[in-house]
Every structure is written in C-alpha cells, then in structure tokens.
Design a protein around this ligand. Structure first.
Ligand SMILES: [Zn+2]
Ligand SMILES: [Zn+2]
Length: 240
C-alpha cells in the first residue's frame, strides 16, 4: 500500500509484492485477461504479453477496470478493436468511466473497444469455453468464471447454492481472501478455506490479498494441504 511501512509492504520477498488482481488465460491459439487493473500496463510489460484477443471483466470497481486505456497498444499492434466481454452493469460502468472512448467524435489514439454484453449463459472466446458464475460482493453481483476445470473468483463474500454447483468439480479454484478480520465485501482467510473445503476443491490459490493478511511465507505455513496463497507471476498449467 502507498506510504505504508508494515512488515508486508517493506518485505524483500518478491511474493509480498502484490499488484492488483487479474489473470491472463492462454491456450495455444487464444489469450485474454480477466480484468484490467491499474497495474495492467506494467503486468503486460513484465510478462511480455505480445498478443491479446480479449478482456473479460468481473465487475466495474476501479481496481478491476482502471487500466483499460492501455489496450491501445494492442489496438495498434493488432490493427483491430479489443473485444470486451462483461455483464450489463459493468458495460454501463465502462461507458461512464471511459466515455471518451465511446464519444461520437473521438480524439485520435483513444482505445478502440468492441463491447460484448454477456449474461450467465456459457460462451467461448476462441477455443476457450467460459461459464460465468454469479457471486456476491456485498450487494453487487460480480462474475466469476470457470474455464474447464479452473475457476476464478475475485471480489466475493457470498455465493448462492445454485451458483456453487457450477464450481463443484473444479480441479483448481482461485478465490479472494482479503485478510483475517471480517470484511463487508470480501471473504476472510477462514471463510475462503471453508469454501474450498465445502466445494471439495483439491487445489486452491487465494488472491486479492491485502497487506493486512501478513507475509506470504508466514501465512503459507498456516494453510491446510492443497491451499496456497497466490502471488504475482504464478503460472498454473492445465487443460482448458
Ligand atoms: Zn470490488
Ligand atoms: Zn477488487
């Protein structure tokens, strides 16, 4: 966190250097990100991502959308609009926050975005099948996504039984665990562990971790078998 000198923010362990939460999903022929955080530009530079087919959004909070302007680089390199997939609430948010990209008379060089409104129906991007999962972020419906046996859920603190069914059978679950203390819109560490156990997911990684959770090395030791803290740059390889 800016201007913080807690043990996490001053740690020299790379795994304690937490940028905002998002993932890059890649098959042999298709690649997209889930969310464009304020750190999107640096994340794409760091991972040397040369090609991006689409952006899939979870919800319109600033820490998940703020980096969208920087898809301009892909517009330029790929010579086409960036395909955006999001629910109606998020599309509305994007049109408000990036109004200049949707203006009738656009300033040259603004991002070129092709909006695709999705609902809870499964769909595909390239050869990757996607099942949207609706989860609750206090009162906001947020989309999680399942790709084959991998499920990604950020920004949630409650999931209805019917939506939990979509997650069951996943081999890997990435889910938010903000900190140990109760929070109004995010799972705590214990709540996230309970969810993984309830859904009988063999391997889970926690994401959207606050500096308040503590140092990676310390927390990792306290976690049950099969459950880990995620970290920036973590790569998971599996069929999708
Ligand atoms: Zn949020
Ligand atoms: Zn968030």
């Amino acid at each position: 966190m800016i201007a913080c000198d807690c043990e996490v923010c001053t740690s020299t362990n790379k795994k304690d250097k937490r940028l905002r939460s998002s993932i890059l999903v890649q098959s042999a022929t298709t690649s997209f990100v889930v969310d464009t955080t304020p750190d999107f530009r640096y994340q794409m530079l760091r991972e040397n991502v040369k090609h991006l087919d689409a952006v899939l959004f979870t919800h319109p909070h600033k820490d998940h959308v703020a980096g969208l302007d920087d898809v301009r680089a892909y517009n330029y390199i790929q010579q086409k609009p960036m395909e955006i997939y999001a629910n109606q609430m998020t599309i509305d948010g994007l049109m408000r926050e990036f109004a200049y990209a949707f203006a009738d008379k656009k300033y040259p060089g603004v991002p070129n975005l092709e909006l695709n409104t999705i609902d809870l129906e499964p769909f595909s991007i390239g050869d990757i099948g996607i099942i949207p999962i609706e989860v609750w972020h206090m009162k906001m419906p947020v989309f999680g996504y399942r790709f084959a046996d991998f499920t990604y859920i950020t920004d949630a603190n409650r999931i209805e039984e019917s939506e939990k069914e979509k997650i069951r059978g996943s081999k890997v679950l990435v889910v938010n665990a903000l900190r140990k203390e109760k929070h109004i819109s995010h799972y705590t560490l214990d709540e996230a562990i309970d969810l993984v156990r309830e859904l009988e997911i063999p391997t889970a990684y926690f994401t959207h971790i606050s500096h308040q959770l503590g140092r990676h090395e310390e927390i990792e030791k306290q976690l049950p078998e099969g459950i880990h803290l995620g970290y920036d740059g973590l790569v998971i390889t599996m069929p999708i």
